[in-house]
Design a protein around this ligand. Structure first.
Ligand SMILES: NS(=O)(=O)c1nnc(N(Cc2cn(-c3ccccc3)nn2)Cc2cn([C@@H]3O[C@H](CO)[C@@H](O)[C@H](O)[C@H]3O)nn2)s1
Ligand SMILES: [Zn+2]
Length: 263
């Protein structure tokens, strides 16, 4: 299978067939994080997350990934500190994964690939009133990236895994409440890399302060296998396509510096 041989990029979902011409795109994401080239910045503060599980609303299959969406109309689930000057609101989290455990993450660390990557998406509510406004501004978005590794079962993730069969097809949605996204963060969120980049799916806008956790979380092989049971395609399409390899390849650094909060 493709898992054993070198992955042929042509199998990548049309969505990610590069090159997507981004005019003057010199801060695209994801990137390869070269540990020894990252620069320790002692001015980086600890990250402060304050998530209210009651703001969790629904989980849906948008045809690229599955999104768990939060009510971002008030300052109930917020992120501040770290490299951020302002307070950001959580709007959704989602994942990227491979067709097997050999690849699937978007960011890489010294070219190392992980089987999957979690993204918690926030927008700058101190400066803007809506996600749509923030998504086109330099300091509009902040995304926390967490690598997943195969290991012991993640108890907190299981509630989410159990909801996936209900949203197998593109555009399916189901109510999903009282989920605390903090349970998906690693124990130590003080150690991270940060750099200025972009969304990794269209519109690929260069509005993101990326905060990539050094520590990964563990999920079981079976839990990740359920992610792969999702479909890119809607129910009525005759050819069903498994939702796998929904990650973008790493992009040129273009002279950017990756800072680290740890030595
Ligand atoms: N791989 S990653 O880098 O992290 C991400 N890649 N894409 C992401 N999102 C999708 C998206 C939508 N838009 C957009 C831009 C202009 C106008 C309208 C939408 N940009 N990126 C993030 C995302 C946002 N949303 C929802 O967008 C709605 C507006 O369409 C908003 O009302 C909801 O509050 C919010 O939850 N969903 N996903 S993140
Ligand atoms: Zn993402």
């Amino acid at each position: 299978t493709a898992c054993s041989s070198k992955f042929v990029l042509s199998q990548v979902h049309p969505m990610w067939q590069e090159p997507l011409a981004i005019p003057g795109g010199d801060r695209q994401s994801p990137i390869d994080i070269v540990e020894r080239k990252s620069v320790f910045d002692s001015k980086l503060k600890p990250l402060v997350t304050n998530y209210d599980p009651k703001t969790c609303q629904q989980i849906w299959n948008n045809g690229y990934s599955f999104l768990v969406e939060y009510d971002d109309t008030t300052d109930k689930s917020t992120l501040k500190g770290g490299p951020l000057q302002d307070q950001f609101r959580l709007c959704q989290f989602h994942f990227h994964w491979g067709e097997c455990n050999s690849w699937g993450s978007e960011h890489t660390v010294d070219r190392r690939l992980f089987p999957a990557e979690l993204h918690l998406v926030h927008w700058n509510a101190d400066k803007y009133n809506l996600f749509e406004e923030a998504v086109v501004e330099d300091n509009g978005l902040a995304v926390i990236g967490v690598f997943l590794k195969i290991g012991k079962r993640h108890e907190g993730l299981q509630k989410l895994v159990d909801a996936l069969p209900v949203i197998r097809h593109k555009d399916s949605v189901v109510e999903f409440t009282k989920f605390d996204p903090a349970c998906l963060l690693p124990p130590n969120i003080d150690d991270y890399w940060t750099y200025h980049g972009s969304l990794t799916t269209p519109p690929l806008t260069e509005a993101v302060t990326w905060i990539v956790m050094k520590q990964h979380i563990e999920v079981s092989h079976d839990q990740l296998a359920v992610f792969r049971s999702l479909l890119f395609t809607a129910a009525e399409e005759e050819v069903q396509k498994s939702m796998v390899n929904n990650f973008r390849g790493t992009q040129p650094l273009r002279g950017r510096t990756v800072r680290s909060s740890f030595t």
